[in-house]
Design a protein around this ligand. Structure first.
Ligand SMILES: [Zn+2]
Length: 198
């Protein structure tokens, strides 16, 4: 196999939290045809570069840990998105990841206040730790009702709805929103000759 593979196409970052965009690197969760965009260390490193502006060195073992974290994050946030309790094992895995991430952060203080910084970029674990802390921020600080699963057919992307009246339904209006409009238009046409264009 050539090591000169073209970089994977960039995914739109629509989740509002990096941990949700990370979940969205696999689409169609539980559906008939999941699509994987972080299927190997290079693809995952490229996604981290897009999401964080840093390219961590990810080896095979780190990649496996990131994928396990992604499964846990998805289990937790997808459950909340449908007003269900997250599975305890997924919460436990997230807790372990948060504990590790917190142990690597550095607390500094100055006249301007305090800072709790991530480890230096480039460390192979940096992406995982950032995602774990991001998930903690969302879990503790986010409004559960704003955590949503895209209503698009076979999509299931997760996002945090920051719209004023919390009415967002789609990961991307130009993608799932438009596809839904087209589908409903066709259904109306099939439903009878009286069905009219809007
Ligand atoms: Zn969607």
């Amino acid at each position: 196999m050539s090591s000169e593979q073209p970089p994977p196409p960039e995914l739109p970052l629509v989740g509002g939290f990096a941990c949700l965009d990370f979940c969205n690197t696999l689409s169609g969760w539980g559906g008939p045809g999941p699509r994987e965009r972080a299927g190997d260390p290079a693809a995952l490193a490229a996604w981290c570069a897009q999401a964080f502006g840093q390219t961590p060195r990810i080896d095979r073992e780190e990649w496996s840990r990131l994928i396990r974290l992604r499964e846990a994050l998805h289990a937790v946030f997808d459950a909340i998105a449908i007003q269900a309790d997250p599975p305890a094992d997924a919460v436990a895995l997230l807790q372990a990841e948060v504990a590790e991430a917190a142990s690597r952060r550095r607390l500094t203080g100055s006249a301007a206040g305090g800072a709790w910084r991530d480890e230096p970029p480039g460390d192979g674990t940096a992406g995982r730790h950032r995602l774990a802390m991001d998930a903690l921020d969302l879990l503790l600080g986010g409004e559960p009702a704003r955590l949503k699963r895209c209503a698009g057919h076979d999509c299931a992307w997760l996002f945090y709805d920051r719209s004023k009246n919390a009415s967002r339904r789609w990961c991307l209006m130009s993608d799932c929103g438009t596809a839904d409009k087209v589908r409903r238009f066709r259904q109306r046409r099939r439903s009878g000759p009286e069905a009219r264009d809007r």
